[in-house]
Design a binder for this molecule. Structure first.
Ligand code: ADP
Ligand code: MG
Length: 231
């Protein structure tokens, strides 16, 4: 399958005053269309940093990132933010919903930000609510929902622009194990039936088991497969 994300010689250093923290050193990786890939590794190893770089939420110190063959660094700011909104969906550990908007408004936010008419997208909203199992919760606010339901809203919001690629940072990291399994099954269905490429960061072997392959991050480097240290 065609590459959807390609990183070449990716480096990221955070400068904290005098101190340089070299988090990612010369990373090369390719994610192909339709894959479900898990990024694993110790806490603080740079998993979130890698995910955010690949989604254009942060900029590398050096190296290249291409999304569907288009180099991120040469995109203009506006082009890049449109690309992020239309081609990528993000899911976070703590859901990142807007507390004073209801379920339906949170889901439709990317459409609003894109300046499109909510009316025209009503059918889509109903399909997505059905898909994530929230048809009877559309007027609730996040505070009135369980963690699992809030993550379903976040997943619906990530899907609303029909992006090809979904990036998820510890999507079940804040959920109990039964709810986590439900969310993983939903993500698996989105990958298999809706043919979305999914790149997730996870600590959980079980969650990684829903994916096709694992990328390990440690000491600034990446490699494929299960962690050598814990094997
Ligand atoms: P992980 O997700 O694997 O736990 P992160 O990618 O969040 O790790 O962080 C990797 C390292 O980079 C950590 O040492 C962290 O403190 C540092 N780091 C992450 N983001 C920043 C930032 N914005 N400024 C400075 N240091 C950062
Ligand atoms: Mg992290």
């Amino acid at each position: 399958m065609e590459p959807i994300v390609e990183a070449v010689q990716l480096c990221k250093t955070f400068q904290l005053g005098e101190v340089a923290i070299e988090v990612l050193k010369d990373i090369n990786l390719t994610i192909r269309q339709g894959e479900f890939v898990s990024i694993m590794g110790p806490s603080g190893s740079g998993k979130s940093t890698l995910l955010y770089l690949l989604g254009g939420l942060d900029k590398p110190t050096s190296g290249s990132i291409k999304i569907r063959g288009r180099e991120l660094s040469v995109m203009r700011d506006r082009e890049e933010s449109v690309m992020r909104r239309r081609d990528l969906g993000f899911i976070f550990q703590f859901y990142n919903l807007i507390p004073n908007l209801n379920v339906e408004e949170n889901i439709m936010l990317p459409i609003l930000l894109d300046g499109r008419s909510l009316k025209l997208e009503k059918g889509k909203l109903e399909r997505i609510l059905e898909e994530v199992g929230l048809a009877d919760r559309r007027y609730h606010t996040p505070r009135e929902l369980s963690g699992g339901q809030q993550q379903r809203v976040a997943i619906a919001r990530a899907l609303v622009n029909e992006p090809d690629l979904i990036l998820a940072d510890e999507p079940i990291g804040n959920l109990d194990s039964r709810t986590g399994t439900e969310i993983m099954k939903l993500l698996q269905r989105i990958n298999r039936e809706h043919r979305k490429t999914i790149l997730q960061v996870t600590h959980s072997q079980e969650a990684a088991g829903y994916g096709d392959r694992i990328i390990q991050v440690r000491d600034g480097k990446v490699w494929e497969g299960h962690d050598e240290a814990s094997a």
